[in-house]
Ligand binder design. Structure first.
Ligand SMILES: Cc1cc2nc3c(=O)[nH]c(=O)nc-3n(C[C@H](O)[C@H](O)[C@H](O)COP(=O)(O)OP(=O)(O)OC[C@H]3O[C@@H](n4cnc5c(N)ncnc54)[C@H](O)[C@@H]3O)c2cc1C
Length: 487
C-alpha cells in the first residue's frame, strides 16, 4: 500500500478561482493556517479567469430593488435568506476588492435608481487572472500555502464532522492527505460534464460529487444555465423532439445554479466543518441569475466561508482523523494510480450522454435514456486511471462526473416544468401549482434519496409570472409580454 503524505492545517480550500482565493485569504486573515489547492497548474484557465468581468453592483438605496430582481429572475426558486445576505454584502465585497487594488469602471446602473454592474478596468483575454493576482498578493504575509497539481478526491468525515481531505499529487503520483477540521469546497460548477460548454477544462462538478459522497445535501442540481440562441428556445419548447438533432447542434452549458446546499454561513448541512463557496454551492439564485451575479457571489460566499471557518477555529473542538480512514482513502487513490484504462474515451462518453439527454433539449424519455447509459458504463469506471499526470486527473474527473451526471438526471426527472433556464420540452410551461419547491438529493443507504422541500420565502411571497430564458443571456419573448426590465 502507498504511504500517504500527511499535512496538518486548520483549513483546506479546494479551488483557486475567485471563491477559493477569497475564502483562503479571509480564513488566513482570521488567523487560520490555510492550504489552498488546485488540480490544475498555476495560472491555468478557470471560469474566473475566463469571466467577462461584470460584477453586480448596488448601494444602500438600490439593494431592495436588487433583491427583487434576483428573486424574480430566479422564478422565485432562490432561497431568500441567501439572497438577503447577497444583496447586503455586495458593497462590502466590492470595497474589499478596491482595498486589494482592483480597479473598476464607473458603476453601470441598469436604469436611473437601479442596481446594475461594475466592470473591472483591465480587460482582454483572461482578465480575471488579474483579479486572482490581486487577491494572491493580498495573501502575502499570511499563513497560506498554495499548491497546484493536487486533485481532491474525497472529504473525510468522522462522526458527522469533517476531519480531513484526501487528494492525489498529480506529479509525484502519491496520495496526499490533509488532517484538517474545516474544508471549503470552491471547485466551481459542473458545466464541463456537457460535451458543449464555454467552461474551461476541469469544470467537472468535483466538489458536488465530493459533498454528496460525504453525506451533504445537494439542492436544485437540475437548474443549469445554457447559452442558447434566443430565437431557438421557442423551438426547443414547441418542437423539441421533432427538431432534436438540429437543436442539439446549438448552444452550450454555461453555469450550474444548483449545487451544495448551504446556509447563510456558507456551511453545508448536515455535516459540520464543510463549507461551499462560489459556483459549487446552490440555492441562491433559483432558476436563472442576473449577469454579473456569479462573480459577486464568489466574493461574498468565499468571504463568508473563510470568516466562519476562522471564527470556529478557537471555538470548536477538532474531530480526530482515524487511521482506518486514512488507510481506506490511500487505498482508493492507489486504485486510480494502478488503473490500466486510459480515461479519455469514458470522459468524452459521459459528456456526450449529458448533452444529448440532460442538455437544453430534454424530456422525460431523454433523461431516462441518459440514466440507462450512465448505468451501462458504470462498471468501466473502476478500471480507468494511470500513472501519467493527465490520466490521473481525467480518472478522478470521470468518477466525479459520473456521480454528478446521475444526480442531475434524477433531479431533472423530478422537475416537471419549464422555468428560467430550466427547459423541459415535454413540460413547456411554468407550473406554480406543483413546482414551487426545491429538489434536494442526499446519499442514503439505499442510494439516492430525493425530497421536495418548501422554498425559503422570507421577504417576497407573491410570485410574479416566471420568465423563460437563461437570465444573464436574456429571456424568451412570450406573446403579449412586455419587454422585461433590464437586469
Ligand atoms: C466564459 C465565461 C464568462 C463569464 N463571465 C462572467 C461575468 O462577466 N460575470 C459573472 O458574474 N460571472 C461570469 N461567469 C461565471 C463566473 O465566471 C463563474 O461562475 C465563477 O468564476 C466561478 O468561480 P469559482 O471560484 O466558483 O470557480 P472557478 O473559477 O471555476 O474555479 C474552480 C477551481 O477549483 C479547482 N478544482 C476543481 N476541482 C478540483 C479538484 N477535484 N481538486 C482540486 N481543485 C479543483 C479548479 O482547478 C479551479 O482552481 C462567466 C463564466 C464563463 C465560463
Amino acid at each position: 500500500m502507498l504511504k500517504p503524505k500527511m499535512i496538518d492545517c486548520d483549513v483546506v480550500v479546494v479551488g483557486t478561482g475567485a471563491a477559493g482565493m477569497m475564502a483562503a485569504l479571509t480564513a488566513a486573515e482570521a488567523g487560520a493556517q490555510v492550504y489552498c489547492i488546485s488540480k490544475l497548474p498555476y495560472r491555468a484557465p478557470s471560469c474566473t479567469t475566463r469571466a467577462y468581468g461584470d460584477i453586480t453592483w448596488c448601494d444602500r438605496a438600490t439593494r431592495d430593488e436588487l433583491f427583487r430582481q434576483v428573486v424574480e429572475t430566479g422564478g422565485f426558486l432562490g432561497n431568500q435568506d441567501l439572497v438577503d445576505r447577497f444583496v447586503h454584502s455586495v458593497p462590502r465585497a466590492l470595497a474589499k476588492l478596491r482595498v486589494l487594488g482592483a480597479q473598476f469602471d464607473e458603476p453601470k446602473p441598469a436604469a436611473e435608481g437601479m442596481p446594475g454592474t461594475v466592470r473591472w478596468s483591465y480587460r482582454g483575454t483572461d482578465s480575471g487572472q488579474d483579479l486572482l493576482d490581486r487577491i494572491h498578493a493580498g495573501a502575502r504575509g499570511h499563513r497560506i500555502t498554495f499548491m497546484y497539481g493536487l486533485a481532491a478526491v474525497e472529504v473525510l468525515v468522522n462522526r458527522g464532522a469533517v476531519c480531513g481531505l484526501s487528494t492525489i499529487g498529480l506529479k509525484a503520483r502519491e496520495p496526499v492527505i490533509f488532517r484538517a477540521p474545516w474544508v471549503v469546497l470552491a471547485t466551481g460548477g459542473g458545466a464541463g460534464i456537457f460535451a458543449r460548454t464555454d467552461n474551461p477544462a476541469g469544470t467537472t462538478g468535483d466538489g458536488i460529487a465530493m459533498a454528496w459522497d460525504a453525506g451533504a445535501d445537494l439542492i436544485d442540481l437540475e437548474l443549469i444555465s445554457f447559452g442558447y440562441p434566443q430565437a431557438r428556445i421557442a423551438d426547443v419548447l414547441a418542437r423539441g423532439e421533432e427538431l432534436r438533432e438540429e437543436l442539439l447542434g446549438l448552444g452550450y452549458a454555461h453555469y450550474f445554479l444548483g449545487g451544495v446546499r448551504v446556509d447563510t454561513r456558507a456551511e453545508s448541512g448536515p455535516l459540520s466543518g464543510l463549507y461551499a463557496a462560489g459556483e459549487v454551492a446552490g440555492g441562491l439564485f433559483g432558476a436563472a441569475r442576473l449577469g454579473g451575479s456569479a462573480l459577486a457571489d464568489c466574493l461574498i460566499s468565499g468571504r463568508q466561508a473563510g470568516d466562519w471557518a476562522g471564527y470556529d477555529l478557537g471555538r470548536l473542538e477538532r474531530t480526530e482523523l482515524p487511521e482506518n480512514l486514512v488507510a481506506a482513502a490511500a487505498d482508493r487513490v492507489e486504485t486510480i494510480l494502478r488503473g490500466n484504462d486510459w480515461p479519455g474515451p469514458l470522459h468524452e462518453r459521459i459528456r456526450e450522454i449529458c448533452w444529448r439527454g440532460l442538455g437544453p433539449v430534454k424530456t422525460e424519455a431523454s433523461i431516462t435514456r441518459a440514466l440507462e447509459e450512465l448505468d451501462e458504463i458504470a462498471p468501466e469506471i473502476a478500471f480507468c486511471g494511470g500513472a501519467e499526470r493527465e490520466a490521473i486527473r481525467l480518472a478522478v474527473e470521470v468518477r466525479q462526473m459520473h456521480t454528478v451526471a446521475e444526480l442531475v438526471a434524477r433531479a431533472s426527472l423530478e422537475r416537471r416544468e419549464t422555468r428560467g433556464c430550466y427547459w423541459r420540452a415535454d413540460c413547456p410551461e411554468p407550473d406554480d401549482e406543483t413546482q414551487l419547491r426545491s429538489i434536494v438529493v442526499r446519499k442514503a443507504r439505499s442510494g439516492c434519496e430525493i425530497s421536495s422541500q418548501p422554498l425559503v420565502w422570507s421577504r417576497l411571497t407573491q410570485p410574479t409570472e416566471p420568465r423563460i430564458g437563461a437570465g444573464c443571456f436574456g429571456y424568451l419573448q412570450r406573446q403579449g409580454e412586455d419587454q422585461p426590465r433590464p437586469s
